[in-house]
Design a protein around this ligand. Structure first.
Ligand SMILES: [Mg+2]
Length: 107
């Protein structure tokens, strides 16, 4: 069993023991991802300094909810991220986007 599989099982067990899966509709999980992403941003609310433990806790919260949503809708998070990177490479060809932060429609 690899690290990801172990983590997925740990998350499932955590929810099972607490009977929390009933609350984890795709909609609720999407909202939770956004809430946790807000908490991630809160780590930088007043300056660019950050507490490493606070930051990594919030990164983990986002990741855990993403894994949960992927599981709930039956997709593999690694596969969909890999596929999206392929799409990004088409959207942002190196020759047009190198060294630029513009959105693809402004390149
Ligand atoms: Mg959090």
């Amino acid at each position: 069993m690899d690290k990801l599989e172990k983590l997925q099982n740990k998350i499932k067990q955590f929810h099972l023991e607490r009977d929390w899966s009933q609350f984890h509709s795709p909609e609720n999980l999407a909202k939770s991802i956004s809430i946790e992403a807000g908490e991630l941003l809160e780590c930088f609310q007043w300056n660019s300094e950050f507490d490493l433990e606070d930051l990594t806790d919030e990164m983990a919260d986002v990741y855990i909810y993403l894994l949960d949503l992927a599981d709930r809708i039956g997709v593999d998070l690694i596969d969909i991220a890999d596929k999206k990177m392929d799409k990004n490479a088409i959207k942002y060809p190196v020759e047009k986007s190198k060294g630029k932060s513009d959105k693809y429609n402004k390149l």
